[in-house]
Design a protein around this ligand. Structure first.
Ligand code: SAM
Length: 479
């Protein structure tokens, strides 16, 4: 069957990588998503739905590089890769922009330093406290427009009272941080909202939703129940881990315990931080960038951002600074050109820019989508701009990863393919091809779950074919 000329570059790319694409039976959707952390201590305290499981990280390290070294996650989120790698003796380094992931990572670090007996005493005392006694009308929850009315007034007053009590009566810094984190972890449960990808969904009981469809999110926990349950969960996980640690220390085992270097976290955009990392200094990168799926972290996590004191302006600024994955993102070309010029990397900038322009399969699909846009076939006219920005910025990320990896180093990236107006964007193939332009070699494109790998004929405008969800493994050739 002749190949549709509008698919030619994507078909060629598919042929180039087809021998690398296969189903890895070990990887399923649970393992590669937050679901895999559901029962896990620490990582299950806060539902960071965009996270992958720590078991995935353990699997990848044990399978691909059992000898510990230095691991980097440039989109570290709640820190799954950092903590899982550290448990295996790796020095791990994360980069994260959103205060939500930063707070989750720091709180987990603080929890590891806590005296569990003191925490249990504080939690016990908290049970006797009526948080309304500490509510003062001059203290308010720092709402932004999209969080106004998210809590019933009783839940909001109790939350404010609890925060006041923790901030003023809990003297131990680590215990105080953990108590504040417990409140952060229950915000969705005590609110009228449900996280829903592109936005916050509002329960009809809030009186706020204007949509045609009524929405009932189920039980809305009252603040006291929610906070005590969360504190119980945290204390019990910490109890178990401290007992395990004591047993380990007292065991007569002659084996050296694995040293667990404390993860390090850089706060800011990886587009700026990666270029500052020394060349050939990293052994392993495990990461999952935002997907090109219009998911808006700054809206979905608005309650948590407001809790952390982010103003309206700050939230808008974060939205624009994040890797482009929403239709609102403006392009960062000028900003990146300036930045690379300032740090003395203008030649690098030109090389990366050219690699983007020369990615034939990407340009092919962008052109098609552009035409769809002018014909009114896209449900948002900025989808093409979003995809262009997404891949443009990912070119910078991948270039820097290739530069800072040691020879023999590995990148494992989790990402999903996407489809707009029925047109498949083979994110896995395009990013792997970009990685190869920067000297990396694609070892595997592992498909998850049911995915069987699309045939070249399935590419393009075939709305019902299954989209690949993948883990790509790229390697920097040994010298
Ligand atoms: C798919 S999530 C990664 C989740 C992580 N693997 C985990 O298990 O928690 C992508 C992360 O990238 C972060 N991010 C987006 N743009 C960024 C940027 N420019 N620099 C650093 N982090 C960014 C988001 O805030 C989000 O936490």
């Amino acid at each position: 069957m002749p190949i549709d000329s509008s698919l030619i570059n994507r078909s060629n790319l598919y042929k180039k990588f087809s021998s690398k694409i296969f189903h890895n039976p070990y990887l399923d959707r649970t393992l590669v998503s937050f679901q895999g952390n559901k029962q896990a201590p620490f990582s299950s305290w806060f539902k960071y739905r965009e996270g992958f499981s720590e078991k995935l990280v353990t699997y990848l390290l044990q399978e691909l590089k059992p000898q510990p070294g230095i691991l980097l996650d440039p989109f570290s989120g709640s820190g799954s890769s950092l903590f899982a790698a550290s448990a295996l003796g790796w020095q791990s380094i994360g980069i994260e922009l959103l205060p939500v992931g930063i707070f989750a990572t720091k709180s987990r670090l603080a929890s590891q330093k806590i005296n569990v007996n003191s925490l249990n005493t504080v939690i016990w005392d908290l049970k006797t406290i009526n948080f309304l006694d500490y509510y003062n009308q001059t203290d308010t929850f720092n709402h932004i427009a999209i969080t106004q009315g998210a809590f019933s007034s009783i839940n909001e007053e109790k939350l404010i009272g609890y925060l006041f009590y923790c901030n003023n009566y809990i003297l131990d810094d680590d215990i105080r941080s953990l108590l504040l984190y417990a409140a952060f972890c229950i915000l969705e449960d005590i609110s009228y909202t449900r996280k829903d990808g592109q936005y916050l969904r509002w329960d009809t009981r809030s009186g706020r939703s204007k949509g045609k469809n009524e929405f009932n999110k189920g039980e809305i926990l009252n603040f006291d129940n929610a906070i005590h349950q969360k504190l119980k969960q945290i204390a019990s996980d910490l109890d178990v881990s401290s007992i395990q640690l004591d047993l380990f220390k007292n065991s007569l085992s002659l084996q050296d315990p694995v040293e667990k270097p404390e993860p390090k976290l850089f706060q800011g955009s990886c587009l700026e931080i990666l270029p500052t990392i020394e060349e050939s200094s990293i052994d392993f990168v495990i990461t999952s960038p935002p997907y090109a799926n219009r998911y808006d972290y700054t809206r979905t996590y608005a309650l948590e951002l407001a809790f952390l004191g982010c103003s309206e302006e700050k939230v808008k600024h974060l939205r624009q600074t994040m890797l482009s994955c929403t239709v609102e993102n403006r392009d960062k070309r000028n900003y990146l050109e300036n930045y690379y010029t300032i740090i003395g990397g203008y030649q690098d900038f030109l090389k990366i820019d050219l690699t983007f322009q020369n990615q034939a399969a990407l340009q092919e699909v962008l052109l098609i989508l552009e035409n769809y846009g002018s014909e009114g076939k896209l449900n948002n006219k900025n989808i093409t701009r979003m995809l262009r920005n997404y891949f443009y910025e990912m070119c910078f990320v991948i270039y820097e990863l290739a530069r800072i990896l040691k020879a023999g180093g590995i990148v494992a990236m989790v990402n999903d393919n996407v489809r707009y107006a029925g047109e498949e964007i083979p994110v896995d193939l395009i990013l792997s091809d970009i990685a190869e332009s920067f000297g990396l070699v694609t070892r595997h494109i592992w498909i998850l779950g049911q995915g069987k790998g699309n045939s070249s004929q399935q590419m393009g405008n075939h709305g019902r074919s299954e989209l690949r969800k993948c883990v790509y493994i790229w390697e920097k050739p040994a010298l």
